[in-house]
Write a protein that binds this ligand. Sequence first.
Ligand code: GLY
Length: 578
Amino acid sequence: MKQHMTSGSIIACLLVHFLFISCSFAQSDTSINPYHYSISKIAKGNHGAVSSAHPLASMVGLAILKQGGNAFDAAIAVQLALAVVYPNAGNLGGGGFLVAHTKSSKSVAIDFREKAPGSATRDMYLDSLGNPLVGLSEDGPLSSGVPGTVAGLFSTLRYALLPFQDLIQPSIDLAEKGFAITESEAETLNSHQDDFRKYSTETTVFIKKEPWKAHDTLIQKELAQTLIRIREHGMKDFYQGETARLIVEEMKRGNGKISMQDLANYNAIERTPMTFKYKGHQIIGMPMPSSGSLLMLQIMKIVEDRDIGKMGFQSPEAVQLMVEAERRAFADRAEYMGDADFVKVPVKKLSDAGYIKNRMKDYVTGKATPSNIVSPGDINPESEETTHLSIADRYGNAVSVTTTLNGLYGSRTVVGGAGFLLNNQMDDFSIKPGVPNIYGAIGKEANAIAPGKRMLSSMSPTIVLKNNKPYLVVGTPGGTTIPTTVFQTIINIIEFRQSAFDAVNNPKFHHQWLPDQVLVEEEIPSKLINSLHAMGYKTTTTPEIGRTELIKINWKGKKSASFEAIADKRGDDHAAAF
Ligand code: GLY
C-alpha cells in the first residue's frame, strides 16, 4: 500500500536514499535483517505503530506488537534495542521518562531519571575560588549520575503482557551477532574516537584503527553479556550484581562517584502525570523533575485564547507570540524548577490561569521584549543527544518515552567489561547559579546538586487525548528545545491543520529566555527572519532542531483505529506500522 507523498516527503526519502540504504513510504516490512535494512519516514496501519530513532529498533517494536505484545512490551523492547543499535543516545547507562495512557484510561508517568551519587556535593564542579571547572560535569565518570534506565524498564513491565525474556532477546541477538551501522552513526563514532580513548579506562568496541564506514558491522560481545545477565537475574544484576560491580570498578579507575550503595538505592518512581486541557484536547506529560510539561502548559495557555490558528503558520505575528511565551516560561524554569522531591516547586501557582495571563502584560505586538526586562514571575513565595520513541497499539494503549545519556555518547565512558556508555547527566544540574549548561540553560538553587537528587530535565514525552482516546503520541530529543519542539508539533496539527508529516518536518524555532536569541532552523524562510529582525529579535541559525517521533491515531468507534507513524526526516529515524 503506497502512501501519498508530499514534496517534502519525497525530498526526505531521496536524502535518506543517498545517505544510506533505501527509503520507503510503503507499509513497513517487519522482517529484520540487521545487515540490510531500509528507512521509512511514514507508515500506516490498523493494528499498531512504532516510531523511533533507528530502523532496527522500530522493527523490533513492531515485531513485538505482532507477537501479541502491547505498546508497553514494545516500548521495553525498543529501548533495549536502541541501547544496542543507537549507542549515541539509546542506553542502559542513562535515564528518562515514560508517559502512557492505558486501554483502561489510566494515565501513567514513570520517572527513571538519573540521581546524583550519595557523595555528590553542591560545589563539586567548582574550584576553590568558586569558578566552574570546565568539562568536569560533561566528560568522563565524574559527570555521570546513577543510571535509571534499567529500573525504568522493570517498572514498565507491570503494564506489559509478554515475558521480559522475549523483550530483551532481540537486543541480545543484535549485540552478539552485530548489525550494519548507518552513515551518521559511522560519522559520530569517528568524531568521538579521541573522547572514547580519553574518558574510558579500558578499550572499547567503539574504538577502531580505520575510520568507521556506513554498513560496517558493529558487534558488542560485552554488551550482549550484560543483557544476558539482565535477562537471567533481572534488574538485580544491574543494581546489585555483576554489572553494578563493573560500573563501580569503572568509577574507581576513572575517579567517578557512583558507589554500590548508590546503585542499590536507585529506584524508578511512578508519579502522577501532569495534565492540562488545550481546546478540547487533554495533554498528558511528565511532572518534575522534568520541566517539559509545565513549560508546555505555560506556553500553550498563553497562545490558547489568542486564536493563533487565524494568524497563520509561521506568520511573524504567530512566531512572535510563540517566542514571547517561550521566553517567559523559560525565565520561570531557571528560577523555580528542580526535583520536587528535594525543593518546593510552586507548580500550582506557575500553572494558574491568572498568573500566566499576567506574565504577558508587557507583551507588545510587533516588538521584542528584551530578556533583561523579563524576570521570573513574582509568585509570592521552579546535545543534545537524547532519543524518543512513540508507540500505540490496537488495544488502546499509547506509550511515549524519552531517554537520554545527555550529550552524544554521554560521558563517553564505556563501562569496562560491560560494554555500555554512561551518561553525563550531572551537567543538567545548575553547577553554579547563572552558569549555563551544555544547552545554554541556566538555573539556580532549585536545581543545585544534592546527594540523591534528580537533575532538572526538559524531556517532554507527551500524549494528546481527543474524546478521551489517544490522538497524538509525540516527543523529541534536543535538550532545552524539546518542549518548544513538541509544542510546535502539536500546534501545527491542532491550530495550523497540518498533516502529521508536515507537523514533524516543518522547520522549528526556539527561545529560552537566556541567551536572548531566537534559534531558527536553516529552513526557516528568510522573509520571516527579516520580519523578526525588524521587531527587534536577534536570530541564530542552527542546522536542525529536534528529531520528532509522532503517531497520530484516528479512532473509528471504540475498538477500531488507523495509525499513522511519522519518523523525523532529520535523522535515521524510522516509522513502522501494521
Ligand atoms: N539531558 C537533557 C534533558 O534531560 O533535558
